[in-house]
Design a protein around this ligand. Structure first.
Ligand SMILES: [Zn+2]
Length: 460
């Protein structure tokens, strides 16, 4: 596989630079990767953003093919976890998949969870994550598992299992569809729901003797191991094994998959207006903002997807979307826009003297709690992807939410007066509106069909 090296030694130490270069070369030669270019600070040293921009434009110049980006460690890309995620998503968009030269920790996210700080938290707490990853690998779950289609030989290398491999080939051929005419995007074949239905109808079962599901098949379609490439997440480094799927079929399947999930890339980054304020009337827990995708299947087997933003009580049973089943439980779920509107109306209709009595300049503490929960969600998303559930591109949305919350915190830390708060009720600017509402109400009780702002008694 084609590879580009990237390093940025922290100290002005000639030996650090030498070591970085040697690490990158060794990693590439052991993995049979072709090292086409290496980016360092140079002499005189480039500014960090310029050096990184050089790598991105190099990857873009390669066209749509993928390339490995080999770094000695996550610190070479960024000193913080969120900074690293920002750069990984940028490289991912440019077709670059990042690997660290440390063969025990080649995955940059796993490595960074152990070594990079995040928002004032030490990486020590992340060690537990690493342990749980290893336990999973030991149980043969998620990581280090022999992909369906192969059996592991005594020496740990993969050998093709003909029966399973036939199903893998059928899956890819069906899903990727025919080769498109020169210069056109592939249309792809039937969707995963249809293919899993087809397999199950023939009595085909997974290794654990369960019916095939779209989720399982989608995981297989994304597994680069079928092209004879290295194993992911580095629990085992495989030099070479026989491919089941040709590279062009694999790539075609990837573009079909990308074209069928437009929402995935364009997830809304707007934060939730009422996060930290809205509470469930029944159990008192904070209503959580979340995005759900609904999908409709069309007669031709393709499907359309739309994303909806909701607030839901965390106690609400999983899978019950807002408005779908009001009888399902006492814990409310609302379309985000509707709850925002109902709350605004309720606050606006309150007599201004009541609002004045309730007003309290939003303290940094309250805002601090908000950002803490956004940070938690970000960290959780990084752990998910680091443990193999999801892709680097899935981190774009949590990172965007984190950045927005950080911006809000900065905007919110000025002197915010009662007049500002009342005026904010008329403005559409979300960050100011959030601070305005938070300064006027203590909390908002959310019922199934109405909201009730709770104002402060006045003697604050
Ligand atoms: Zn509840």
């Amino acid at each position: 596989m084609r590879a580009a090296g990237y390093y940025r030694p922290s100290a002005a130490d000639a030996r650090a630079e030498q070591a970085a270069l040697l690490d990158i070369e060794r990693y590439c030669s052991e993995g049979f990767h072709t090292l086409t270019r290496t980016f360092g600070p140079g002499d005189p040293p480039l500014r960090d953003p310029d050096q990184f921009a050089g790598l991105v434009s190099y990857l873009e110049s390669l066209g749509r093919g993928e390339a490995l980006v080999v770094i000695p460690g996550p610190r070479h890309l960024s000193p913080t976890l969120d900074g690293l995620v920002g750069r990984l998503t940028e490289l991912d968009r440019a077709g670059g998949e990042v690997r660290c030269t440390d063969t025990r920790r080649p995955d940059p996210l796993q490595n960074a969870l152990e070594s990079l700080p995040f928002a004032g938290r030490s990486p020590a707490q992340s060690l537990r994550v690493r342990e749980s990853l290893l336990t999973k690998a030991a149980r043969g779950e998620v990581l280090g598992r022999t992909p369906y289609g192969y059996v592991a030989d005594i020496d740990g290398s993969f050998r093709i299992e003909p029966g399973e491999a036939a199903l893998v080939r059928r899956l890819f051929d069906l899903y990727a569809g025919a080769t498109p005419p020169e210069g056109q995007e592939p249309e792809g074949g039937p969707g995963l729901r249809l293919i899993s239905g087809m397999f199950n109808a023939e009595g085909l079962r997974t290794r654990s003797n369960r019916p095939w599901t779209p989720v399982t098949l989608s995981g297989m379609l994304q597994n680069r191991a079928y092209t004879g490439s290295y194993a992911r997440y580095g629990m085992r480094i495989v030099g070479n094994h026989d491919r089941i799927i040709e590279r062009d079929v694999f790539n075609r399947a990837q573009s079909v998959m990308a074209s069928r999930s437009p929402v995935r890339q364009r997830r809304s980054l707007t934060p939730y207006l009422l996060s930290g304020l809205a509470r469930c009337w029944s159990c008192g827990r904070g209503m959580r903002g979340q995005e759900r995708r609904r999908r409709w299947n069309r007669a031709d087997g393709s499907s359309i997807t739309r994303a909806y933003r909701y607030y839901a009580c965390p106690s609400r049973s999983v899978g019950v979307a807002a408005g779908e089943d009001r009888e399902a439980g006492a814990h409310p779920g609302w379309r985000a826009a509707e709850l925002d509107r109902a709350t605004l109306e309720a606050v606006r209709s309150e007599p201004v003297e009541n609002l004045r009595a309730s007003f309290r300049a939003v303290s940094d503490g309250a805002e601090g709690d908000d950002i803490r929960s956004v940070e938690d969600r970000f960290l959780e998303a990084v752990r998910e992807v680091a443990s193999g559930r999801g892709r680097v591109s899935d981190l774009g949305a949590p990172l965007g939410a984190l950045r927005t919350a950080q911006d809000m915190l900065r905007t919110g830390s000025g002197a915010f007066t009662f007049d500002d708060a009342v005026r904010s009720l008329e403005t559409a600017e979300l960050s100011e509106l959030h601070i305005g509402i938070a300064s006027l109400v203590d909390r908002i009780i959310v019922y199934e069909d109405r909201v009730e702002p709770v104002f402060r008694s006045g003697q604050s």
